[in-house]
Design a protein around this ligand. Structure first.
Ligand SMILES: Nc1nc2c(ncn2[C@@H]2O[C@H](COP(=O)(O)OP(=O)(O)OP(=O)(O)O)[C@@H](O)[C@H]2O)c(=O)[nH]1
Ligand SMILES: [Mg+2]
Length: 301
């Protein structure tokens, strides 16, 4: 049997649907998803199969114009993911078309895409009519030499099996990179922190989700088969702490319940989740916070 294996980087603007696509391909929620931009902060690998091919999908942070150190580290992680991949898939939102952000990514691709296979996936086709799609596809292909174009809905699963099959066929021959039953290579404590960050992002408004980070501080296996997980939410300001706690601790309680429910489903056992909020005005400039997120602090320079 000839096996194939390799890395496929998913890149695109924030909110393009990269994490949704990764989760669909893997068949499990490995990467968090929200309706807000800049949800994914680091590279997240998910392992999927296509016949005899093992596809290691690399979800990346959305590409946007960075302002802060964290933003710059995220962008570096995204382009780094593309540069290390065998195949790059650019996701573009069907209903938004060629935005300034997409133009910038196309510019970046002329360099990083060199000598690499690059495919286009027009996502969220459930939101537009067919003629719009054809026009957009033509326009994008006139601007970059994509090897293939796919019209997909990551959320509904339209077109995603064609994409999977093509990726599988076009990866290099070689042994699989992960054991057959492995779907992710993120440490569990990081997945657990991400789940809590997802619930915070869904619940909190405006800038607050971008001003916090979550870390799993301890993980204890209990004799009864359950797990006790302690997490710290770092915020930059006192006021933020108050908002996260909410009146009488209401907000953090709801967040904790939602995160615990998802953790229990993921781990398939009982979880005791303890969340604390710490005000740390300078956390966005602390190297340790970045390594906990899976980012390189120096990339933010
Ligand atoms: N209608 C529609 N919505 C989609 C589709 N794919 C993803 N979405 C939604 O788009 C939003 C963003 O999805 P994500 O997967 O988090 O996007 P992302 O590209 O990972 O975003 P960042 O991590 O911020 O870069 C979520 O609300 C998804 O449910 C799709 O095919 N159709
Ligand atoms: Mg994402």
């Amino acid at each position: 049997m000839t096996t194939r294996a390799g890395f496929v980087a998913l890149i695109g603007e924030p909110n393009a649907g990269k994490s949704t696509l990764l989760n669909r391909m893997v068949g499990a929620k490995v990467s968090i998803v929200t309706h807000k931009v800049q949800t994914t902060r680091a590279r997240i690998r998910g392992v999927a199969m296509a016949g005899d091919a093992q596809i290691v999908f690399v979800d990346t942070p959305g590409l946007f114009q960075p302002r802060r150190r964290l933003d710059r580290a995220m962008i570096a992680a995204a382009w780094g993911g593309a540069a290390d991949a065998d195949i790059i898939v650019l996701l573009v939102e069907a209903h938004r078309g060629i935005t300034e952000g997409v133009e910038r990514i196309l510019d970046g691709l002329t360099d990083i895409g060199k000598g690499r296979r690059v495919a286009l996936a027009i996502n969220k086709i459930d939101r537009v009519e067919a003629p719009v799609l054809l026009g957009l596809s033509e326009e994008l292909n006139a601007r970059f030499n994509f090897e293939r174009t796919f019209m997909i809905s990551a959320e509904r699963g339209y077109g995603t099996e064609d994409l999977r099959a093509w990726l599988g066929e076009n990866l290099p021959e070689g042994p699989w990179l992960y054991p057959e039953d492995q779907i992710a290579d993120l440490p569990m404590r990081m997945i657990a922190a991400e789940i809590t960050r997802e619930k915070l992002t869904l619940r909190l408004h405006q800038e607050l989700p971008y001003q916090l980070t979550v870390e799993t501080e301890s993980w204890q296996e209990r004799k009864d088969g359950s797990a006790r997980i302690d997490q710290m939410i770092y915020v930059a300001r006192d006021g933020h702490k108050g908002i996260i706690l909410g009146k009488g601790g209401e907000t953090i309680k709801a967040i904790s319940q939602a995160a615990r429910a998802e953790l229990e489903e993921f781990l398939d056992r009982k979880v005791h989740l303890f969340l604390q909020v710490k005000v740390r005005p300078n956390w966005l400039e602390e190297a340790e916070r970045y390594s906990e997120m899976g980012l390189d602090f120096r990339d933010g320079n």
